[in-house]
Design a protein around this ligand. Structure first.
Ligand code: NAD
Length: 345
């Protein structure tokens, strides 16, 4: 299997999904900062979430899917899922539609952001389509006294996410991959993931490789977080460990993510939700989406703009006068955004 990452033109078009709640506020701030950093992206705005459900009767309209099919590149704000009425979750629908098999979540210590640890700089690459989340579940008997959920692990699914992790590590100058599993107990499914990883590792002699049992990993992540560089793991473990990693560096408010799909489609998004309690007040912290945009710039081959933008975000977060309220500061979205742009220069 080869890496299916496309090559991008100097100014690619990306689908911009502002989303719901604080989405439009943080998306506008992010687009402004990308331009100020010298990022070259043509935006194609598209609707999704509650806004789309209200305006066109579908939380993930065909026009938005068409746009993503065309651009193969998206920046997405948070989307609420309308309750009732049979509406599907936008995030789940997108994952299925574009076969977004790799969820990439960096967790890096940011000076000034309150957290228990320093020196954390890890990336979790989570397989996003298989395992216990493949949706294969049933009751064993008519009285529903027992249920089974089946973990599906395939060589194909394992290979593509592990290859992605190695290629990502190489591209980003990372040195080591730790494959996390429970193959001592789940010998067949997790054994397949582990064996596939060991085979693929032989093709990347420049990247160190080891493996670790998931329970030991959880313990080591909070005792020696600096020992981890890139972690690649299956869906359930990745889900849990990526939130744990976010907790090591200040929580979900500053957590970015990339979702990588079949054929190279890539959608970048903040990890937090729509924050309905503060929507429209101009006080949201846009750094999660901005850091996702940094990943996007790296992905499309614009590392200088990415580095400039990351420098500005980190400096604005470190400065108490530009830090947002969720992180103990007083700044609103505008003041934070201005701070980022000032620090980028
Ligand atoms: P949430 O992340 O929206 O909010 C939790 C708390 O964190 C709130 O107090 C909120 O004000 C605060 N917060 C979140 N992001 C912030 C930011 N950028 N700046 C400042 N404060 C911030 O979680 P929730 O309340 O459980 O979910 C609200 C809605 O978001 C739900 O409809 C849920 O389905 C949706 N959601 C969407 C996504 C996504 O699209 N990726 C992810 C999670 C939740």
């Amino acid at each position: 299997m080869t890496q299916d990452r496309p090559t991008y033109p100097p100014r690619p078009t990306a689908t911009l999904i502002a989303g719901d709640g604080i989405g439009p506020e943080i998306a506008a701030a992010t687009v402004e900062v990308i331009a100020a950093a010298g990022g070259q992206i043509e935006w194609e705005p598209a609707l999704a979430g509650m806004t789309a459900a209200a305006e066109v009767g579908d939380p993930l309209p065909a026009a938005t899917i068409d746009s993503l099919k065309r651009t193969q590149l998206g920046l997405k704000g948070p989307c609420g899922t309308p309750s009732g009425g049979g509406f599907r979750s936008v995030n789940v629908a997108m994952r299925q539609q574009f076969d977004l098999y790799a969820n990439v979540r960096p967790a890096k210590t940011i000076p000034g952001v309150p957290s228990r640890f320093t020196g954390v700089d890890m990336v979790i690459v989570r397989e996003n389509t298989e395992d216990l989340y493949a949706g294969v579940e049933h009751y064993v008997d008519p009285r529903r006294t027992a249920a089974e959920s089946i973990a599906i692990i395939t060589r194909y699914g394992s290979e593509r996410v592990i290859v992605y992790a190695f290629e990502y590590a190489r591209r980003m100058g990372r040195k080591k991959i730790t494959l996390v599993h429970k193959a001592n107990i789940l010998k067949l499914s997790n054994g397949l993931f582990l064996d596939t990883g060991k085979e693929i590792a032989k093709r990347y002699p420049d990247i160190a490789f080891d493996d670790m049992i998931v329970d030991a990993t959880a313990m080591k992540m909070v005792t020696q977080p600096e020992r981890f560089d890139v972690i690649v793991t299956m869906n359930l473990f990745g889900d849990i460990l990526s939130d744990l990693a976010a907790g090591l560096v200040g929580g979900l408010g500053v957590a970015p993510a990339a979702n990588i799909g079949d054929g190279g489609c890539a959608i970048f998004e903040a990890v937090h939700g729509t924050a309905p309690d503060i929507a429209g007040k101009g006080i949201a912290n846009p750094s999660g989406l901005m850091l996702s945009a940094v990943m996007m710039l790296e992905h499309i081959g614009q590392p200088e703009a990415a580095a400039r933008m990351q420098r500005g975000i980190h400096a604005a977060l470190a400065d108490a006068s530009t830090r947002t309220r969720d992180l103990g500061g007083q700044a609103d979205t505008r003041a934070f955004t201005d701070g980022v742009m000032r620090y980028m220069k």
